[in-house]
Ligand binder design. Structure first.
Ligand code: NAP
Length: 357
């Protein structure tokens, strides 16, 4: 099927997308509208607020997009949005790199909010499938040089005091599968587990994962560390959501991953791609003894960054995207193209300023 071709009967189908204002949800809504679906997006704010104008300007939104207010922390909040929908894409979840109150700010909204959404789906007998935007964070929070991670792996290491965002995603996905085992239901669930999602943003906000690329170009990093990043294009993640929703045979979890690059490779590539006059890190901090010092210094960093450095430094993440390619027919965009798009988008949206000549 070509990208703009409507799915059979899709114009009759309504998809509720939770967290419509988000980075992944925005591209997913664009993809759904392009394929002829009606979309009901949930937002936390007032639906007519100008902050959501970018969604209302999407092609097809005039006729096919409606926004409804809903909050993950309010029981029953999603009932109205989900009533009569054929599918639900549950993308809303706090994606924060830092939090002083991880239980209240991340775990409770992620877990209780997901159960709240699933209960609303159970109440609405029209829902056939829920696509859950889970994360690689639910698979692992620590690379392992000896192991290729697949959909059979579960992150059991994170906690409130270690990679709390990862913890919230693992608990929310576990709660989903438990709900599906224990409740009488009329729909099924497919989970997507994307790694770090980067690329073009529909909204003006700066997503936490694009921020990593912005920080790389704006002098935030003191040097090039022994880190590797597993990346995927946001438009591929959006397409995967629509495939997961539409393919009857889709089942279980799907890792969504294009390519991994080391920090060193990303910095070299961005320099060669025309961004060498930005404040890319220059100092090599990848040697073993420097990594030990960096790990010690990481305790002085905000907890999210510090945890990430300690669990990832010096290790190579290996993950397999074989299941999603074989079963959903996904093909992923080369990450170097996505990196260039991301930088251009950061500049266009005013998140990255051109260096003085
Ligand atoms: P995002 O841009 O920060 O979007 C998160 C969305 O969740 C926003 O729409 C936000 O609404 C909404 N939300 C947060 N708390 C809420 C609450 N209490 N009630 C209702 N809505 C709430 O992040 P994203 O990257 O698009 O993430 C979307 C999903 O993908 C999340 O589940 C995330 O865990 C997952 N994911 C992201 C990545 C990545 O690299 N970006 C990778 C794997 C998985 P507001 O606009 O009102 O804050």
């Amino acid at each position: 099927m070509s990208d703009n071709e409507d799915m059979p009967g899709s114009s009759q189908l309504t998809v509720c997308v939770t967290g419509a204002s988000g980075f992944i949800a925005g591209q997913t809504i664009r993809e759904l509208l392009a394929r002829g679906f009606k979309v009901r997006g949930t937002v936390r704010g007032v639906v007519d607020d100008s902050q959501y104008a970018y969604l209302k300007q999407l092609p097809g939104a005039d006729e096919k997009l409606a926004l409804v207010q809903a909050d993950l922390t309010q029981p029953g909040s999603f009932n109205t949005a989900i009533a009569d929908c054929d599918y639900v894409i549950h993308a809303a979840s706090p994606y924060l790199l830092e939090s002083k109150k991880p239980q209240e700010e991340m775990v409770d909204p992620a877990v209780n909010g997901t159960l709240n959404v699933l209960q609303a789906c159970a109440n609405a007998s029209s829902v056939k499938r829920v696509v859950l935007t889970s994360s690689l964070a639910a698979i692992t929070d620590e690379p392992d040089d000896q192991h290729v991670f697949t959909e059979t792996d579960w992150n059991s290491k994170s906690s409130l005091t270690r990679n709390a965002y990862f913890y919230s995603k693992a608990l929310a996905e576990q709660a989903t599968w438990r709900f599906m085992r224990e409740q009488l239901r009329t729909f099924d669930v497919v989970a997507l587990n994307p790694c770090m999602v980067i690329g073009e943003s529909i909204g003006p906000g700066l997503n936490s994962s694009n921020q990593v690329i912005r920080d790389l170009l704006s002098g935030t990093y003191p040097g090039v560390m022994a880190l590797n990043f597993c990346m995927v294009d946001v438009c591929d993640v959006a397409r995967a959501h629509v495939l997961a929703l539409d393919k009857d045979e889709a089942e279980g979890r799907y890792i969504c991953f294009s390519e991994a690059m080391t920090m060193d490779e990303i910095v070299d590539f961005l320099g060669e791609a025309g961004y060498s006059n930005y404040r890319l890190p220059r100092r090599d901090m990848s040697a073993g003894w420097i990594s030990s010092v960096v790990k010690l210094l990481s305790y002085a960093q905000p907890s999210g960054a510090g945890d990430f450095i300690r669990s990832h430094l010096g290790k190579t993440m290996r993950i397999s995207n074989a299941k999603i390619c074989a079963e959903l027919g996904m093909e992923f965009r080369p990450v170097r193209e996505t990196l260039v798009d991301t930088v251009e988008d950061l500049i266009r949206q005013g998140h990255l300023h051109k260096p003085d000549a």
